[in-house]
Design a protein around this ligand. Sequence first.
Ligand code: NOJ
Length: 562
Amino acid sequence: MARLTPLPAPWWTNAVVYQVYPRSFADSDGDGIGDLRGVLGKLDYLAALGIDVLWLSPFYPSPQDDNGYDISDYQDVDPVFGTLADIDALVAQAHERGIRIVLDLVVNHTSDEHPWFVDSRSSADNPKRDWYWWRPPRAGRSPGDPGAEPTNWESAFTGPAWELDEATGEYFLHLFSPKQPDLNWENPEVRQAIHTMMRWWLDRGVDGFRMDVINLISKDPALPDGPLLRGGPLGDPWGAVVCGPRIHEFLQELHREVVAGRAEPLLMVGEMPGVTVADAVLFTDPARAEVDMVFQFEHVAMGPVKWDAAAPRLTDLKASLGRWQLGLADVGWNSLYLSNHDQPRPVSRFGDDRRYRVESAKALATVLHLHRGTPYVYQGDELGMTNAHFAAIEDYRDIESRNHYARALSLGQAAEDVMGVLAAVSRDHARTPMQWDDSPQAGFTTGTPWLAVNPNYPSVNAAAAMADPSSVWHHYRRLIELRHDEPVVALGDFTMLLADDEQVYAFTRRLDDVQLTVVANLSSEPVDLDLAVDGDLLFVTGGPGTDPAELAPWESRLYRRG
Ligand code: NOJ
């Protein structure tokens, strides 16, 4: 593990994280589903890209109702992905290449097939009953009556967030699918069991955790109804479950029990929908010892809500990301991302995947990677992979996409309109198989892939990108190298420029005598650049870079002074 440049700051300030969604990354055994041996076979690819950390989406045993975010055993590997020996090999071989491993841990809920829940539902007086949120029907109602659920909450995947268990006549809470019952973190035994399990993984050599929806673990115990959604009858649980009353206590305890005192400092990143800048300062203040950084959602939830496909205005995006830069400048730390396995592809959402795929992928990468914070690269974004073009609902596999489609139709929306929404925002856009080369199925599998490969793979693939010095891939590699080599990228302060400009994204980073200036035209039209920039031009993407007063469509530049 010699490659990281020592800095007077935690190691992850100059690190770049790469997210692998194992199901869609590389299939070693031809069953159409990616696996851990597939990931092992691609470690040299990741090392060549230069990344420091590999975040693995869940590979644990799971009924796969939500592609593994429904875990039925925290301390094993699903046979579809491999074995514990494969994980051990992955950790060892990644470490040999200076790459750390971060596991995705889903502890807001388990699968309903986890033995804890199987026990919990077996009877009302089972010792594990209180490990989950069980409640009787609403006062005056009988089990199963319409509206008898203990609260009016809607689950994230549509329908009530409570499921009736006929045997005991009580309901259990599931903020996601009914196969993802929420754990009751109020119960100290639950917390201890999770701490023990996390220590077990750390003892196996992993280097940190990405904690799934971790700011939902503390619920308001009064379980109040939420404001009605779309006129009812279901309501929004958010107010009662986002950053609830004991969230900081739970995370501090977890830090004490699991993280503190490890020989190697870890990376702890919490996925936190609905989190504000002020919350994030508290969560990431090192003195409070909770997590190192959070995934906030403001910039990916633009358009009023996710299921409104409207693209954000650039000024709104800048205002949001700028506010996060400023808010965490002195205390705390930002994670930087434009996509992950839940989001559409950045080049399709924020860029122009039809006319300027390569140029816009590069410009977006320039802007993101040169912010202050830890960048996260989602698999395939380094190739400029685009959204899928599925024609039928049957082409989609994602539970969220399918459920929202069904609900929209049941509310009378036209199928064509709903397909249009899915075409913009479905999570499956990120989940089409990784495009390795131009062989059948993009080199992802020798079998039939679980989700169709994007037909643009003959031209958009890793082999072609690595062979072409002007590719998106090489630009990512350069940006990652720059972060390792230039302390100003990791630690410099951040100043947004031209905040009101609808096309240009520009900012400076400064550390001691060194100043970087980033300018990027995030639009498909040329633009006049009304900014005097001094310094040497370090790189240009997407344009000639010759006219100081004009940027080509999706041109990005980096200047350095000092
Ligand atoms: C967030 C994960 O990223 C997503 O894929 C999952 O569906 C939900 N949490 C529930 O675990």
